[in-house]
Write a protein that binds this ligand. Structure first.
Ligand code: CA
Length: 219
């Protein structure tokens, strides 16, 4: 198993290399985002441990670019930032797992092994509804074959509707699942605004309002 460890803190990078090598992995280290991208493109890695705060390109940007190039190497983001948004952001950009610094090496190893185990079929199927196609792998959305440009929230909202096609979803549920907003204090009309954006881009009939209950993907 070959790993790419992307870490700009030299001491931590050395410790990770030493530990993971002792546990049987072949380890390359990249100290910044640009060299991480180069190595990940060239090397056949089984997984990448990717720090978020890096000189040059951030870890978010590295994983975003890899996914945009159709590179599906399993990525575990590692960061000292620990707010709910950071974690959601990392996963939004295409990371497969997320670990918060400081971490226990034993935990890292367990999560890494779990990540490697579940990576047999990394490319998820395309979701579709009528003329709409959403490819979770490339995050490309099309309407009748033409690309539709969606913001991250619009994309998240559409994906949620497509994954729950046959039922009414409430605004609270959407705030929890798409905005990851448990207790953060978003107003429910945030959802209304974004449903409006989706209707404008995909057709006014695509999402139905179910009075007093929420929304449903039109049948
Ligand atoms: Ca760092």
């Amino acid at each position: 198993m070959r790993l790419l460890v992307v870490e700009d803190e030299a001491r931590l990078a050395r410790a990770l290399r030493r530990g993971l090598t002792a546990d049987g992995f072949t380890v390359d280290v990249a100290p910044d985002g640009v060299s991480a991208l180069t190595r990940a493109r060239e090397g056949q890695y089984d997984a990448v441990l990717l720090d978020v705060m890096l000189p040059g390109l951030s870890g978010y940007e590295v994983v975003r670019r890899l996914r945009a190039e159709n590179n599906w190497v399993p990525v575990m983001m590692v960061s000292a930032k620990d707010g709910p948004y950071d974690q959601a952001d990392g996963l939004d950009y295409g990371a497969d797992d997320y670990l918060t610094k400081p971490f226990d090496y034993v935990v890292l190893l367990a999560r890494l092994r779990a990540l490697l185990r579940r990576q047999s079929d990394p490319r998820p199927p395309v979701l579709s509804h009528g003329d709409i196609r959403l490819d979770p792998a490339t995050r490309v959305v099309t309407l009748a074959g033409a690309d539709v440009s969606l913001s991250r929230r619009e994309y998240g909202l559409l994906e949620f509707f497509l994954r729950h096609p046959d039922r009414v979803v409430t605004k609270t549920e959407l705030l929890d699942r798409v905005w990851d907003a448990r207790g953060v204090g978003y107003e429910p009309n945030t959802v209304e605004v974004y449903v409006g954006y989706l209707r404008r881009k995909l057709g006014s009939g695509v999402i139905e309002t179910v009075r007093g209950a929420g929304y449903r993907l039109a049948r």
